[in-house]
Structures are given as C-alpha cells and as structure tokens.
Design a protein around this ligand. Structure first.
Ligand SMILES: [Zn+2]
Length: 259
C-alpha cells in the first residue's frame, strides 16, 4: 500500500479513519502517517471531532469501562479500535482519574503482601511500635501503613501523634521516629523563620543563600516541645552539627535566644 496523498485523503477524510487506523492498515507507525499528512498538507480533524463520527468512547462509556468494569486503557483501546494514548487523552479530557500504571500496581501488591493483618497486629499492637517506625522499617509511607491498618480494622491508638516517652513502650530515647505534636505545622515553622529574620541562628547565613530552606530546630531536642522559645532556625549544615555535642548546643542556643 502506497502512502500517496489521494490514499490518505480518502482514508482520513472520506472513510473517516483515524491516523491510528490508517497506520494499522498500512502496517506502519502512527507517527509515519502523521508525518506524511503533514508533508502532503492534509489538514487534521479537530480534536474530539471523531467522537461524533467514530465509535470512540463517550464519557459515560469510558467511565463504565474504566472505572466500573476496571478495564485497562489498552483493553478499552482495543474495543474502540484506537490507540491507548487516545483513550488516555480522553480520560484526561473527561477528568476521569487515571489509575496508577502497572508499576504502581506492583507496588500495591507488594505492600498488600507485607502489610498483612498478622504483621500489623504483631508490630503495632504487640510490640507497640508507631506507624512511623513500621513504615520506616519496611520502607513504605506512614500513610500506606495507616491505610492498611484501617483496612484490617486494627484499632489505631489515640496517641498516634501524641505519644511521648512515658506511655510509649517502644520509646528509644528520642529517635527520629518520634512523632511531632499536632501544633507542629508549616505555619508555625514559617513563623519561627520569620522571627529569626530567615537567617541561620548559628552561622547567620540568610535562607536565600542556602541550597535548602532553613530547618526549624528544637533546642532541647524534644520534638514535643514546640514552645516558641525552644525553636530556632538553622541552615542544614548547622543543623547537622547540632547532632553532636548536644549539651553544648542546648546551652549555646538558649543563650543565643535570650540575648
Ligand atoms: Zn548555619
């Protein structure tokens, strides 16, 4: 089959085939057809026009197949005799939420396998670990762990975000697993940085000169203590420094803050 101008006009404008269908017919790629159409100056139908002239899925059909019947984009494309990309474009156009790719599905399967009811009961209830800890150990997000816990109807502790050393059986002296209290918000952090004139309170570097935003540091290393006096703005490198010689930095920053 020769890709002549007449042939393309006939197929595209008279028989109303899509570029994809012509490509399939000619056993070439869709891009080739598009390139030839451009070369021959053949105008294209307006986007969405073939909705009227072809059996491309309407929003209702797409919704039914994709959301209710949970067909894949490829399956719907095969039904509609168009490309998967076309289906994807329609999904976007109709505001239908696109499911994660098969890669995402694989991950879903993986966490469903790991985050079983038995596992969560053991880690969360028996060992009293935090969702944060469990998430970190198995390298999933806390939200994932939490949603699986909810799915398995595991009663979540009220102290989920409030638990402190005293009532938490797995307290390990204040590791990075420790949760933050509810008041620990973006607004609060911005407030602190504003108060500190957006400068690191150890080396004085302004935030705009840092690669990263300033951190808000807990002077007494207690994440639950969000008193304004206990919070200070530090650049990343100074914040790292405060991991060592903690007593020194507590005193230093306390004095610095009271000046
Ligand atoms: Zn600094």
């Amino acid at each position: 089959m020769k890709l002549t101008k007449t042939f393309l006009i006939r197929k595209y404008w008279k028989e109303k085939l899509t570029t994809f269908e012509i490509a399939t017919l000619c056993k070439v790629g869709q891009r080739t057809i598009m390139r030839y159409m451009e070369k021959f100056n053949i105008s294209r139908r307006k986007y969405g026009h073939h909705l009227i002239i072809k059996n491309h899925p309407t929003k209702n059909v797409l919704f039914k197949k994709y959301i209710i019947e949970r067909k894949t984009q490829q399956e719907i494309a095969d039904d509609s005799k168009c490309s998967r990309i076309t289906i994807r474009n329609y999904l976007v156009k109709y505001n239908i939420k696109i499911r994660k790719t098969s890669k995402g599905n694989k991950k879903t399967l993986k966490y469903q396998k790991i985050l079983t009811k038995e596992f969560l009961e053991k880690e969360y209830i028996k060992k009293g670990k935090h969702l944060y800890q469990i998430a970190k150990e198995i390298r999933f997000s806390r939200t994932t762990v939490q949603s699986m816990a909810i799915k398995h109807k595991i009663p979540l502790r009220q102290d989920n975000r409030f638990a402190s050393g005293d009532n938490n059986p797995s307290w390990n002296g204040g590791s990075s697993f420790a949760p933050y209290p509810l008041g620990w918000t973006k607004v609060l952090k911005e407030q602190i940085k504003y108060r500190d004139s957006h400068k690191c309170q150890i080396c004085g570097v302004p935030e705009i000169e840092c690669n990263r935003r300033l951190h808000v540091h807990h002077i007494d290393y207690d994440k639950m203590n969000i008193n304004l006096d206990n919070l200070t703005s530090l650049c990343q490198s100074c914040h790292m420094k405060t991991n060592y010689n903690r007593n020194y930095w507590i005193e230093y920053l306390k004095i610095e803050g009271s000046l």
